[in-house]
Design a protein around this ligand. Structure first.
Ligand SMILES: [Fe+2]
Length: 300
């Protein structure tokens, strides 16, 4: 069941306190542990003054050059301890007649059905909020092949209005964000799995119930880079790809490396089939979903 709540929460906390409480109260990466303690993000949304101070500071940082290597301006990191991340996101309305509509939609990840490879709790903070369609799927029943059929639940429609919380569960919920009617701001509390770079994040077609690509996450971007070696490689690339097949932790990456090797250096494949378990990977010959977006998109 999709998790949406309008909590009647009167406590007020700041981002650092919210981060500390997340570490204290959410001891494990489970839906129950996060949902039970979701009031902390709602209490952060009760602090109506901290965010403007942070945006003031951010604007000033353009003077110092500190912004050069940061994320897109619509996403602002408020606090993190490498396990939990608190961010604010700005959602702009887009004019349908804009000549750069498609570009802007991608910038805000609008109209892109995707899941997340981390737990993402979000609350509406300012403005009417973005409308979203939420679906569920079972990641354990998915191989990760491009074009793969996926069983997707009925749609739940919601608006991330101020104070409303939505929990996008890791590798469980798929959502599509639509343009809000006016500028809106949301706050996110996300929890990264230690293995999250091994967990794929997908873009779906919710009309045909298919995986159409990777969501620009670290996993699918890695597959994208492996794929590049079909066109550009040398003898060292063959060694590196062979090492990936032998030792890398992620079976999808191992399969992708093997596929490229079988194309660029078929002689390297027989010993790998003999000396490793690569031949047992069920989707060894499937074309896997690879990164098809900038990594930034996968964070919202
Ligand atoms: Fe999202």
């Amino acid at each position: 069941m999709v998790l949406i709540a309008d909590l009647d929460e009167t406590r007020t906390i700041g981002p650092e306190e919210c981060l500390a409480l997340a570490g204290e109260l959410i001891r494990e990466n489970s839906v129950e542990a996060i949902w039970e303690n979701s009031w902390i993000l709602r209490a952060l949304a009760n602090d109506r003054s901290f965010l403007i101070k942070r945006y003031n500071e951010r604007l000033k940082s353009y003077w110092s050059g500190d912004e050069r290597d940061k994320y897109q301006p619509q996403s602002l990191e408020l606090a993190n301890n490498n396990r939990f991340y608190i961010r604010s996101n700005i959602w702009m309305p887009l004019a349908p007649s804009s000549k750069t509509l498609e570009f802007e939609q991608k910038l805000f990840a609008y109209e892109i059905p995707h899941d997340h490879n981390f737990q993402l709790l979000t609350v509406g903070y300012y403005g009417p909020g973005y409308p979203t369609d939420i679906y569920e799927y079972d990641a354990s029943r998915v191989t990760g092949a491009a074009g793969e059929n996926v069983e997707i639940s009925e749609k739940t429609e919601a608006i991330l209005s101020p104070g409303r919380m939505i929990f996008y569960r890791q590798s469980r919920d798929i959502h599509v964000q639509h343009t809000p009617s006016e500028m809106s701001v949301s706050l996110n509390l996300s929890l990264s799995d230690p293995d999250y770079d091994l967990i794929p994040q997908y873009v779906f077609d919710v009309n045909t119930n298919k995986i159409v690509g990777g969501a620009g996450d670290l996993h699918s971007n890695r597959l994208f880079l492996v794929d590049v070696f079909r066109a550009v490689n040398d003898s060292n690339s063959v060694e590196i790809l062979s090492d990936f097949v032998r030792h890398f932790d992620c079976p999808r990456t191992r399969a992708a490396a093997f596929q490229v090797l079988s194309e660029i250096e078929p002689d390297a494949c027989a010993p790998l089939l003999m000396k490793t378990d690569i031949g047992k990977i069920a989707y060894l010959n499937e074309r896997l979903a690879i990164g098809n977006a900038a990594r930034e998109y996968s964070r919202f």
